[in-house]
Design a protein around this ligand. Structure first.
Ligand code: ATP
Ligand code: MG
Length: 415
């Protein structure tokens, strides 16, 4: 891909309202552009990274027996009246009317719609279990949209719902999704801590949150310095210096970004919305549900926060928008230009390559390359005429000259 054709509006200065590093960087690197408070356009680079995150999610979930579907964002009041949440959800729900003056909302979450989707079908235990997910835009009129993609009013979420005949089966799915999330976040270059949480608005039995430990996180986590106890402070009510409720060890607190959330919902929605099935004893029983959210746009932002310096991003291997960034500099003659072109074509057969073909000074290209953050770069200058290029490896923070003849092997070991 030619950089001149890719829309990457990099900026020298971060916008004034950007408080955290990742927000500043995402705007400066030409990843996102705000259109209204908490509402963003994802520009081509961000879209590429997001597609990579989505591919990882699909792989991990499909491998565990989940199926992808797509539900409507526009939801009728009738469904929300069935669950009782039309009045309970409060001001975060984006409400609107159609031309016939009927009430609708833009889905902040999809328990109602998914229960509606399966309830006529789930008449027998033979149809269970089911694990259904979607990747979709969610709408929440957050009181304080802020920190860029961290707390948006429109954001992208993967939401998954499981349907089980028994509590044991729910526990099985809950555990399986916990493992899936752990693997997904690891592949996204994020270390997460699993903390138990209050079930809050959704209601249910047990819940865990996946937290990225970070100073800019909005949640406070209380954790034990001795055992693996960890809970959201909203739930544990503990403070730093308190005794661990499990082992009496010392409690510490830290800030975290919640990137994912898993709930044992139980029968709240199946009872209120009439999703019953005939069990193995021939009796009618409400289906037992679980729900599992993962904020894709927030994960993107957390990834930037954790994998960057003030000067730029260093994309984790599986998320990078391109494998290789070629940066031609000081091209004065035809021969060099032809060599660069031929190298670009050869490498593009094997890798996702971005070439900075813009008519800009080397300094401008280097600064932008640092911002954009493709971890493996080749500087193509005069030395190419003698058969070598400079390789920059941002993971190791090294620069070295490589003979073109060795390039294939070197890249094979890196990419
Ligand atoms: P929070 O406590 O941050 O408001 P939540 O408990 O409301 O989150 P869920 O309803 O469980 O979140 O949504 C699942 C996931 O969606 C969250 O773990 C988070 O990653 C993401 N998410 C929730 N709200 C937002 C938002 N306003 N902007 C971006 N991502 C969000
Ligand atoms: Mg919320």
């Amino acid at each position: 891909m030619k950089q001149s054709l890719l829309f990457v509006p990099t900026l020298k200065e971060a916008p004034k309202d950007a408080e955290v590093k990742s927000h500043k960087l995402m705007v400066r690197a030409g990843l996102i552009k705000q259109t209204a408070a908490g509402i963003y356009t994802y520009l081509p680079l961000a879209t590429r990274v997001m597609k990579n995150i989505e591919a990882i999610i699909r792989e991990e979930l499909d491998a565990r027996g989940c199926s992808e579907m797509l539900m409507p964002a526009l939801q009728s009041r009738d469904l929300w009246e069935e669950s009782g949440r039309w009045s309970k959800y409060g001001q975060e729900l984006m409400r609107l009317k159609d031309r016939k003056d009927r009430d609708f909302c833009l889905g902040p979450t999809h328990e109602e719609v998914v229960t509606h989707a399966v309830r006529d079908y789930l008449n027998s235990y033979k149809k269970l279990p089911l694990a259904l997910y979607q990747i979709q835009t969610k709408f929440r009129d957050e009181m304080r949209p802020r920190f860029g993609l961290m707390r948006g009013r429109e954001f992208i979420m993967k939401d998954l719902y499981t349907f089980s005949e028994s509590q044991e089966d729910l526990v099985y799915w809950y555990q399986s999704m916990k493992e899936a999330y752990t693997d997904i976040f690891k592949r996204c270059g994020l270390a997460t801590k699993i903390v138990s949480s209050d079930t809050g608005q959704i209601g249910g039995d047990e819940a865990d949150e996946f937290m990225v430990m970070s100073e800019v996180g909005e949640d406070t986590i209380t954790y034990c310095t001795v055992c693996d106890y960890a809970a959201n402070q909203e739930f544990s009510q503990l403070n730093s210096g308190d005794k661990c409720p499990v082992c009496e060890g010392l409690i510490e607190t830290a800030k975290g970004i919640e990137v994912g959330n898993i709930f044992k919902l139980g029968t709240k929605y199946s009872e209120s919305m009439n999703a019953y099935f005939t069990n193995r004893d021939g009796k009618k029983q409400p289906v037992i549900m679980g729900c599992y959210g993962l904020g894709i746009s927030r994960t993107l932002m957390a990834t930037v926060e954790q994998n960057s310096s003030e000067d730029g991003i260093v994309w984790p291997k599986e998320l990078t928008p391109f494998d290789l960034h070629l940066i031609p500099i000081n091209i004065k003659d035809e021969t060099l230009s032809e060599k660069i072109d031929s190298l670009y074509k050869t490498l593009s057969l094997k890798y996702r390559v971005l070439i900075d073909d813009r008519d800009e000074r080397a300094g401008v290209k280097f600064k932008d390359a640092d911002l954009i953050g493709i971890p493996t770069r080749l500087i193509l200058g005069k030395s190419l005429l003698e058969g070598s290029v400079e390789l920059i490896d941002r993971y190791q923070n090294t620069k070295k000259m490589i003979f073109i003849d060795d390039l294939e092997d070197v890249l094979k070991s890196l990419l």
